[in-house]
Design a protein around this ligand. Structure first.
Ligand code: ADP
Ligand code: MG
Length: 327
């Protein structure tokens, strides 16, 4: 007999993530009852993944579960918040237990890793879509924003942007690479992105502005710069492109992936000159590499410097399903 909605919730979503003392009432009633730490502020985010739009049809359920949570934790990371509680609104075309098992495992593994608890949600039937709502804490006023950068501030980005978009092309079969290790690494950067939660927390008091890179480095930099009331210039030679990407696409395609590919879930942040030294300590403590890629400037817009030739960057960052050329 097919599992009914209550059986399904009890089996897959009753006990997901870390157990927390600040959950007075979790999954099972009409609402969750949560106990925020006294004096802290709540940061709330939500993000939806739709099959065929944010992940290819037939994606591994474990990856879908991981990514649905990761994209939300990444938003909290960009705010400098400590994640605590999440809710999950799941729309499923059918009750497919092996799929649910894998989905819940992907979600739960990442939730455990960040000490986050699934405290409620909704389960409906329809085309596959996953909405997560996440809540985290910051000390009063101690959050990061897109606004706050000033001309002259240095720009940094974590990790190696560009891998994820190329990994998606591999998943879609529109690109291929010969080396099996590079193939795995690049695919996993799309399938299992790492939200930079600890980095975001540590950047509070260091960064002047921060955004997570979900729609492409160039486009998201334009958002940060414009929210900060300035512009920006970055140097192509400073982009932290991974060895796996360099080895498998042309120089131009690697740069294109890094600047315009989406779904990296890295943090892009500005730091005043007086605090740049603190970034090295944050990198040492978190083990997350951060590359200095340019500076904020007073003139609006984003400019790209390639060997001394400066051009205006213009691109609508969201372009997931474009075919990536291979060498
Ligand atoms: P209601 O009919 O009052 O909306 P539901 O039957 O939808 O209640 O949900 C019952 C309980 O299960 C609630 O606590 C709800 O938060 C939780 N829940 C439902 N779906 C999910 C899900 N996908 N993940 C986590 N909790 C869920
Ligand atoms: Mg309901």
């Amino acid at each position: 007999m097919a599992l009914d909605e209550f059986g399904l919730i009890a089996r897959y979503f009753q006990n997901v993530g870390a157990s927390r003392h600040d959950v007075a009432l979790g999954v099972g009633d009409d609402g969750a009852v949560l106990v925020p730490p006294p004096g802290e502020e709540l940061v709330a985010v939500t993000d939806t993944l739709v099959e065929g739009v944010h992940f290819p049809r037939g994606s591994s359920a474990r990856s879908v579960g991981h990514r649905a949570l990761a994209v939300n934790l990444s938003d909290l990371a960009a705010m400098g918040a400590q994640p605590a509680w999440v809710l999950l609104a799941l729309t499923l075309p059918a009750v497919d237990e092996p799929w649910l098992q894998e989905f819940a495992a992907g979600f739960s593994d990442l939730a455990q890793r960040h000490g986050v608890r699934l405290v409620g949600g909704d389960t409906t039937s329809g085309p596959l879509s996953v909405t997560v709502h996440a809540l985290g804490f910051t000390r009063p006023g101690a959050h990061l924003r897109r606004a706050g950068g000033s001309p002259g501030d240095w720009l940094f980005v974590s990790g190696s942007p560009g891998d994820s978009t190329f990994g998606l092309s591999l998943e879609q079969g529109t690109a291929s690479v010969a080396d099996v290790d590079d193939d795995r690494t690049l695919r996993d950067r799309f399938l299992f992105p790492t939200p930079r939660v600890e980095l975001g927390r540590r950047l509070v008091g260091v960064a002047s502005a921060c955004i997570d890179v979900s729609d492409g480095l160039g486009g998201d930099l334009a958002k940060l710069a414009s929210a900060s009331g300035c512009g920006a210039q970055i140097g192509i030679e400073y982009l932290p492109i991974s060895g796996a990407l360099w080895r498998n696409v042309s120089h131009d395609d690697a740069v294109r992936c890094a600047l315009t590919g989406g779904e990296d879930f890295e943090l892009l942040f500005s730091v005043p000159e007086s605090r740049v030294d603190a970034v090295a300590q944050v990198v040492a403590d978190t083990g997350v590499a951060c590359a200095e890629i340019g500076r904020l400037e007073s003139a609006p817009g984003v400019r790209v410097n390639r060997k001394g030739i400066v051009t205006e960057f213009s691109h609508s960052g969201f372009d997931h399903f474009r075919v990536m050329p291979t060498r």
